[in-house]
Design a protein around this ligand. Structure first.
Ligand SMILES: [Fe+2]
Ligand SMILES: [Fe+2]
Length: 366
């Protein structure tokens, strides 16, 4: 199986799709194991704006043996969770959906059962920009992966996942045109969303962990020391956390994790490559994110399973598996004298200088 750009599918006529392809709100478009035909490729390419993704998984002759791990969270559960988050947002009422907590718990359950999460979770939900519910769901999934990896208490992971799934609920009270706007006055008004969300959450039975996440997910670790602060670029907000009902003097690990997951998902959806996003998170870990950043960097590999990479010696290969070191995957050569041989990059020091991801931005793919 390898990751192929939709625009380059022509060369794979006759190959089988390796993973279900959905459009819209979870409508199955092409099922796993369907053979690609000129017609289906044309339709896929013409879907254009309807497709929230640029890549599909395809079984190809040069990627034999590279298999996606069993899905940890089923597509059905993801779409159901997204729908539930949406309904909570629409009603702007965290108590409006009785099964909300249950659905989030099922996601945490699935993740807890599979601790090998770096390989176990194939994808997040693909979505188009401005789909707040999908973004919140992805944030909850990534945050839970980190929580499980760190061995945090189950109950706290659940509360964190609920907070993550609702972290941008305040945006539901901001008109969409304003959310999209780049005007300085609108940007400033949009920064009110954590407080708006918190006001809503405070009236509910949500846990303190969840409420603090909703209020503080944009508070930087050491904003005063940042370049942004020196240039009066206002990015850490709300800047006055003098709310009396919660202790908002410091960020806890749960806020830090959700904040990192939030930025990771947002930047990937903007079309940046995972390598670039992870580099930003590494650079900003002490200024912006705190300990959640380090944990995320240990969980997520810059190189997705099935993606094409170029080595510093000019050879190309496919990522065939992950190791404990996210930057050093197991690769299979697809061309040249080493064709079909597989090496573990943790064992090959001389090949570890640079891996360049050729498939580029892969939003939605972990
Ligand atoms: Fe936010
Ligand atoms: Fe967000």
């Amino acid at each position: 199986m390898k990751i192929v750009r939709v625009s380059e599918l022509q060369q794979y006529i006759g190959c089988k799709i390796a993973r279900n392809v959905y459009i819209g709100e979870g409508q199955l478009y092409i099922g796993k194991n369907t053979e690609l035909t000129a017609k289906s490729i044309e339709i896929l390419q013409n879907k254009g704006d309807l497709l929230p993704f640029e890549y599909v998984y395809v079984h190809t002759p040069d990627s034999e043996g590279i298999e996606l791990a069993e899905e940890v969270i089923s597509d059905q559960l993801k779409f159901k969770a997204k729908k539930t988050i949406n309904s909570v947002f629409d009603n702007i009422n965290v108590a409006s959906s009785r099964n909300f907590g249950e659905i989030i718990n099922s996601i945490v359950d699935d993740l807890m059962e599979n601790r090998n999460v770096i390989q176990g979770i194939n994808t997040l939900l693909f979505y188009k920009k401005n789909d707040i519910a999908a973004h919140c769901l992805n944030t909850a999934i990534i945050a839970s992966i980190i929580g499980v990896k760190l061995g945090l208490p189950r109950n706290n992971i659940e509360n964190m996942a609920v907070g993550a799934a609702l972290h941008d609920i305040g945006k539901a009270r901001i008109p969409p045109e304003q959310l999209d706007s780049r005007k300085p006055e609108d940007l400033l008004a949009n920064q009110g969303h954590p407080l708006l969300g918190y006001q809503q959450a405070d009236k509910s039975s949500l846990s303190l962990i969840a409420k603090r996440i909703i209020l503080m997910h944009h508070v930087w670790e050491d904003y005063e020391a940042s370049w942004e602060s020196n240039h009066n670029i206002y990015q850490s907000f709300p800047n006055k956390l003098n709310n009396n009902s919660i202790d908002a003097r410091f960020k806890d690990i749960y806020i830090s994790i959700v904040q990192t997951a939030d930025v990771f998902d947002n930047m990937c959806t903007q079309g940046l490559s995972k390598t670039a996003v992870l580099e930003y998170i590494r650079d900003m870990q002490y200024i912006r994110f705190g300990p959640g950043a380090k944990a995320l960097l240990q969980c997520i590999s810059p190189y997705s399973l099935g993606s094409e990479v170029r080595l510093n010696n000019g050879m190309t290969a496919l990522v065939a598996g992950h190791t404990d070191i996210p930057e050093r995957p197991i690769i299979t050569f697809t061309k040249g004298p080493l064709k079909n041989s597989t090496i573990d990059l943790t064992e090959k020091a001389y090949l570890t200088y640079q891996l360049e991801e050729k498939t580029g931005s892969q939003k939605g793919i972990l």
